[in-house]
Each structure stands twice: as structure tokens, then as C-alpha cells.
Design a protein around this ligand. Structure first.
Ligand code: NAD
Length: 247
């Protein structure tokens, strides 16, 4: 097991990619703090982990709220006695529209949750990891953080920010025994994509070189690898998990 005797924190772990990551880390032996804004969904993730024989606890946190985010690390330490791993997964998409039609409120929401939320979570984790002299963080970025995203400019700007944050903090703390990496998912079959008609999904899949949509478990595998000692000399990378889309 990769994470025996370790504790992990996963934001937005009530569904989709975050839930798959939380389940995977628990299966690898980590005690997991499952955090989300949807308390019912978060509790369901905890129940799934426990049903599989793992350890988990739920803590509500909207990553856009400073106090709620700052409460996560102390909760992990109180509950499991430690924190070794963190996955900053919360991020929100939006309806595609031309840049001239985007409202300031829509821009603010994207930046507040996706970029500022990742920053706030990372900042509180870093304070703990620097003091501890160890820690491993994965931020969930997107292909939207690597290439152009016409009609999704706030989301693309926020995810480019997440990539910058990852690389900058990785260099800042490399000497202190802390690694910071990012995973950039391509099209992954979570709620938004899963609810599309079969033909629409097939259309998306056809555009992917590997001819299938990604599954949340594909992201969980890459995240577990980067968090683990198997990636002990890897920091500041943005690992595309996209079936070859951006190759
Ligand atoms: N699904 C994809 O194709 C895809 C592609 C690239 C990147 N991503 C990124 O992966 C991450 C997870 O996406 P997903 O598809 O699993 O989403 P999802 O919609 O399946 O799940 C999102 C979860 O986030 C929670 N959440 C929403 N706002 C929150 C907030 N402010 N604070 C805390 N939790 C909040 C929701 O309650 C929900 O449980 C996001 O950062 C997203 O940008 C997803």
C-alpha cells in the first residue's frame, strides 16, 4: 500500500474526480478527510470508503471561504493526528459564452472557487507541511490550464493560474522536502459529461486520440502516483491525463 500510516485531505470529494481520488487514497491505506460543500455527498463518500474497509471523516468547506478552508488542516490533525497528503480538487466550470458576454459576477465565481480556493487551501497546507518538513500536494488543473479555452475564458484563466501556483510553490518549497504537482485532466466522465445523451458522449470520445472519455479513476491513479514516494524526485510538473488530446 502506498500510504500506510498517512493522512490525506481531498477538497470537493463528494462527487466525480474528488470522490474517486478519496476512495483510491483510502484503498492505499491513507486516512482521508473528505471535504465538500454538499454535506450529503461528502457523507456518502465517507460511507463508501468505510464500506471498503478504509478510514475517512467528513468536514464541510467551501473553498472560497477563508475560515472554512483554514479549518481543514486542524481538523485532519485533530481527527487523524497528522496530515501528509493534500489534493486541491475543487473547481467550477461555467456555460460557454463569448468573452464580451461574461459578467463580472461570473468571472469572480470562477476565479474565487477555482483559483483563489486552490490558493487558500494550498497556503494553509503549506504552513503545516513547512513546519513538519514533509508533505505532498496535487492540484487538479485542466487542459484549460495549458491551452486556449475559447468561450470558457474565466475557467481557462483560473486553471492557468492553478498551473502557475503549482510550479511557483513547487520551486519555493523544493528544498524543504515538500512536493507540489498538478494533474491536468482532459474530458472525464463525471456528472456534467455523464448526463449527456449517448450520441453527444460518443462525439466527445471520437475527438480523443484514445477514442474514449476518461474515467475519474484515471485521474485518481495519476494523483496517487504523484502524491506517493514513487514520484519522490518529481515536483512542479503538470501531468496531462487526457487520452492523448494535447500530445
Ligand atoms: N470532469 C472533467 O472533464 C474535468 C476536466 C478537467 C478538469 N476537471 C477539474 O476536476 C475537478 C473536479 O471536477 P469534477 O468533474 O469531478 O466535478 P463534479 O461536478 O463531478 O464534482 C464537483 C464537486 O465539487 C463540489 N464543489 C463545488 N463547489 C465547491 C466549492 N466551492 N468548495 C468545495 N467543493 C465544491 C461539489 O459539491 C461536487 O461534490 C475540478 O477542479 C474540475 O475543474 C474536470
Amino acid at each position: 500500500m502506498l500510504f500506510e500510516n498517512q493522512a490525506a485531505l481531498v477538497t470537493a470529494a463528494g462527487a466525480g474526480i474528488g470522490r474517486a481520488i478519496a476512495l483510491r487514497l483510502a484503498a492505499e491505506g491513507a486516512a482521508v478527510v473528505v471535504s465538500d460543500v454538499n454535506d450529503e455527498a461528502g457523507a456518502e463518500t465517507v460511507a463508501l470508503i468505510e464500506a471498503a474497509g478504509g478510514r475517512a471523516a467528513y468536514k464541510h468547506a467551501n473553498v472560497a471561504e477563508v475560515e472554512e478552508v483554514n479549518a481543514l488542516v486542524p481538523f485532519a490533525v485533530e481527527t487523524f493526528g497528522r496530515l501528509d497528503l493534500a489534493v486541491n480538487n475543487a473547481g467550477v466550470g461555467a456555460m460557454p459564452k463569448p468573452v464580451q458576454d461574461i459578467t463580472a459576477a461570473e468571472w469572480d465565481r470562477s476565479i474565487n472557487v477555482t483559483l483563489r480556493g486552490t490558493f487558500l487551501a494550498l497556503q494553509s497546507q503549506m504552513a503545516h507541511f513547512v513546519e513538519q518538513g514533509s508533505g505532498s500536494i496535487v492540484n487538479i488543473a485542466s487542459l484549460a490550464g495549458i491551452s486556449a479555452t475559447p468561450q470558457l475564458t474565466p475557467y481557462g484563466a483560473a486553471k492557468h493560474g492553478v498551473v502557475s501556483l503549482t510550479r511557483s510553490v513547487a520551486k519555493e518549497c523544493a528544498e524543504q522536502g515538500i512536493r507540489v504537482n498538478a494533474v491536468a485532466p482532459g474530458a472525464i466522465e463525471t456528472a456534467a459529461l455523464a448526463s449527456l445523451p449517448a450520441e453527444a458522449k460518443a462525439g466527445y470520445a471520437a475527438e480523443i486520440p484514445m477514442k474514449r472519455l476518461g474515467q475519474p479513476e484515471d485521474i485518481a491513479n495519476a494523483t496517487a502516483f504523484l502524491l506517493s514516494e514513487q514520484a519522490s524526485f518529481i515536483t512542479g510538473v503538470v501531468l496531462r491525463v487526457d487520452g492523448g488530446t494535447e500530445a
